[in-house]
Every structure is written in structure tokens, then in C-alpha cells.
Design a protein around this ligand. Sequence first.
Ligand code: NAD
Length: 495
Amino acid sequence: MTRAYQNYIAGEWCDSDSGRRFDNVNPADHSDIVGTFPKSTSQDVDRAVRAASEAFYQWSLTPAPVRGEIMKKAGDLLVERKEEIAQVMTREMGKVIAETRGDTQEGIDTAYYAFGESRRMFGRTVPSELPNKYNMTTRMPLGVVGVITPWNFPLAIPTWKLFPALTCGNTVVFKSATDTPATATTFVEILLEAGVPSGVVNLVHGGGSEVGEALVDHQDIAAISFTGSSAVGKRIHSRAGGELKRVSLELGGKNAQIVMDDADLDLALEGVLWGAFGTTGQRCTATSRLILHKKIHDRFIEMLEAATSKLRLGNGLDEEVQVGPVINLGARENIHEYVQIGKKEGAQLILGGEPATGGDLDKGTFYQPTIFTGVIPGMRIHDEEIFGPVLSVIETVDLSEAIAILNATQYGLSSSLYTQRIDAAFVAMRDIECGITYINGPTIGAECHMPFGGAKNTGNGHREGGYGPYDFFSETKTIYVDYSGKLQRAQIDNR
Ligand code: NAD
């Protein structure tokens, strides 16, 4: 029987006030319903925020290393349930099992990072300009934070937000994506089993316009941490920013890999296959543009076409499959529309360009790995995020033109350069306008302890991964202790 999942509010698993539900469908096999979930409302969000507000003070008094031990226990439980989580994740969003194991591992790494960070959470002591006076800074939590996540990293991204938010002493209302609510539920179950107290974490399932907006607009939410599309991110920024809420946005990308004429072409080929078609191109860091030096262009295209046409599509639970489905019918239509736009714009479609069908592929939403050559900046397939297995190839004459092309989009998330020249690598590291640059590696491959995020329209300057979120989820408090026994006026009495 299909499992009927619930919200988790104020320490209880419960249904939505609306009484309505939605299905979570396997994109590799639409007859497989992973579960049904509550279609929640603004009333559910309000109850969750109230529960989180009530739980806040006590949780904020819990010593940070004790909170950290709970995160460590959650990491241990993720280790125990890693395979089960990966299987459900592949079923609900389609990426291949090796990748959903990786997604879960990133959650584990992030839990253990939080455990370590909970014993640091450093403030500073700084000399005062006055005698017998002590100056220091400490960190304090923000209050109730709203977490809104996308479907493409169903465990890793929620852990990037919830582990630091909780370790810093905040309480959380979490709205996961409607395509991946099962993994979100397992994550919350694990947090509870690890010892997160009642009310500290609340999970509300449902759509962006009902649950997401109610969370963003709620007057008792101190901060919103959002990962998703730039269009939704801008909307959240203006609504929450208008109320002076703290907002962290991790948004879209249009990432490029440059291959120079001196590069190791076999290595560059492996990189672009993984970067462009891993996760079926549905990563914010996916390689959606390939910038090839003209001297190796034709040879590399031949190699790329041959290797891409051998990629095995299918249900990601099959260990042999390399490319899973796209997330849903709407996404497939959007990808196909971009392919028509590319053709009309005059780019050459050299591979793919159609939904992938036949046999078991007819059960789900698959799309052929697709390559366009002859792409130039200004074409929509060059400039806009497609979020699917579509690679646009651009020819270039030298490194400085290649970098100018790489920079010629509104986004600035990830980038990659394949070269054997150290000078070229350093020029790229300096001149590329992206939050992340890989040398001789593909555009994907974040590690949990390194800052993650982008420049330009990829976000609003915050970083996930590493220490950045601990700054975001806490407030600096500056403290002066005057033990001189008299009024000491700074800037006046000592001059
Ligand atoms: P999306 O923007 O459609 O949805 C993201 C989340 O926001 C979902 O939970 C959704 O329900 C919610 N939402 C939708 N409308 C909302 C509204 N008006 N108010 C509040 N919440 C709302 O994105 P998606 O399709 O789930 O994910 C794909 C996008 O996410 C791509 O653009 C991708 O590049 C981006 N992404 C970015 C990063 C990063 O770290 N930069 C990582 C992964 C994905």
C-alpha cells in the first residue's frame, strides 16, 4: 500500500488542515507512487512557526557542543540508513544510485563538520582603547529560520542548511520540494531520533505558492535560507528583504568548461561527460556550455559525440545506468522547447534533441543527451539555464576570448578549465567571474567543508558549505565589560 506521509509540527506527525494530499511520482516509472503527502496551507505554516518560536529559548540555552553531539548522532544514523535513503531518493527523483549515495554521503560529511564546528563557534577578544575594560564578541542565534529547498539534492542541500542552523541554536521550519518530500521526511525522522527536541524542527509539505510564500511572509521568521531558481529567489528576496529579514539565496547557473589546445583531451572528455550529463544535467553546477579551442574543436567533438551516444539511459536503480530521467513532464517539455529555440537560433544539433523513448523508457520522462555546436553568446541556449541534458558548444581562438565567453552570462556559479599550462590556470583563477573554479576537473564536485555559491545572479553573496552558513545563521554580539569603576568615555577621556 502507498504510504501516507505527514507533516511534523510541534512534536507530532500530523495531517494538514486542508485535508488535501498530493502524490510523489517516480520519474523513471510514473506508475510507481512513492507516497502521498499533505498539501499544506498557511495555517499549517503558522502552527509550525509558533511551535518553533516556543521551542527557541530552551534550544538556544543548550550548549553548542551538546547540540553538536546531536548532529553527530544524526550523521551516524545517516551512515546506518545510507543505502535505504539512496534507494528512496533515486525512486523519487531519478538520479542514478551512485549519485544518490553521494548525495547522502554529503549529508553525513556535513553532519560531522557541524559536530566539529559546534566546539569552535569562535568569537574574538580584542584589546580596548581604554584601561580596565574588556572587549569581546560572541555569536547568538537568530530565532526561527525558514528553510526552502529544491528537488535535485534532496538530502545534501537540506543538511547544508539545517545542520548549521540547528548547531547555531536556531529552530527551523522546513519546506522541502514537492518532488522530493520522502527524503526530507527521512531526514527529519533521523534528526528526531538523534535527539532534536520537540518543536525545534518542523516539517511542512506543500507547494511554493502556498507553503513557501506563507513561510517567507510570516512575521515571526527571522531568516530564510533558500536554494532554487533565480526567478523564485528574486521574488523571495524582494518579499523577505522588504521586511528586513535575513535572506540567503543559492540560485541558478549556466556553467562552462573550457578546453584549451594543450589540454589532456581524454581527461577533458571524462570531465564534460560527467559535468554535462551526470544528474541528467539537472545540477545548478552542471556543465551546460563547453568552450573549445579551435585547434582541437573538431577532434574533441568527434570524441564527445561517440562517447555521449554510448551513455546508458534508464531507471537509476540499475547500477549499469549512467543517465536517469528528467524530473517530470513539465521539465521535459521545457527542455524540448529550448532545443527548438536552439535550432531556430541557428545552432547545429549534432546529437539527441528528442525525448528518449522505447521499452522501459516509455514508463517515465527521459530525454536524449543533446549536443549543439556553433553556439554563440546571445543565443538563448547559451545564456539561459535549461536544467537538462543539453550541452552548447562554443568555439574560441584563445584563452582570453574563452574567459570572456565564459563570463558572458547573468550567472556566476561554477567553471572549469582544462589546460597543462600553469600560467593559463592562474589567469583563469583570477579572471573568471564565478564562485567556484576547477582546474582540470569538471564543473561539479563540491566538498562539504569548502564554500559553495556563486557570483552575479546566482545568489546574494552568501555561501553554503564550510564556515559561511555559521555566519549566516548567527548574529555577532559585541560586548564591553568596564571594570574601572568609573565612567570612561571612548574617544574622549583617552584623548
Ligand atoms: P524552484 O525555484 O522551482 O523551487 C525551489 C523551492 O522553492 C521548492 O521547494 C519550491 O516549492 C519553492 N518555491 C517555489 N515557488 C515559491 C515561492 N513563490 N515562494 C517560496 N517558495 C517557492 O527550483 P527547483 O526546480 O526545485 O530547482 C531547480 C533550480 O534550483 C535550478 O535553477 C537550479 O540551478 C537551482 N539550484 C541551485 C543550487 C545552488 O546551490 N546554487 C543548488 C541546486 C539547485
